[in-house]
Design a binder for this molecule. Structure first.
Ligand code: FES
Length: 111
């Protein structure tokens, strides 16, 4: 694996796990990477921490992510089904510490 690449793991709804290879030197967010890989992430606000449609639930590696900013927390807090491990993928800038991160795309519970 090249120095500027990491692997993150995406758990699908059926329990299968995909591995995504992500560059860490392009300033991309995890949301941008998910969209580029055609995962069902709406990201309607374009990464401004204003829509929460890029929410992911972190399964492994939560402690390697940076602190939640006030903006991210404020947006997450609007989700009725927020989990303690939920984060906004648009606020997670890909970096070497995220190698091995495992998560699933947050599934909004209606009603
Ligand atoms: S893309 Fe809108 S909150 Fe992340």
């Amino acid at each position: 694996m090249e120095d500027n690449m990491i692997h993150v793991h995406v758990e699908n709804a059926d329990g299968s796990v995909d591995t995504m290879e992500c560059p860490t030197d392009m300033g991309l967010s995890l949301m941008e990477m998910l969209k580029a890989s055609e995962y069902p992430v709406l990201a309607t606000c374009g990464g401004m921490a204003l829509c929460a449609t890029c929410c992911v639930d972190v399964l492994e590696g939560l402690d390697k992510l940076g602190e939640i900013s006030d903006d991210e927390y404020a947006m997450l807090d609007t989700l009725p089904d927020l989990l303690p491990n939920s984060r906004l993928a648009c606020q997670l800038r890909l970096n070497p510490d995220m190698h091995g991160l495992k998560f699933k795309i947050h599934d909004p519970q209606e009603g």
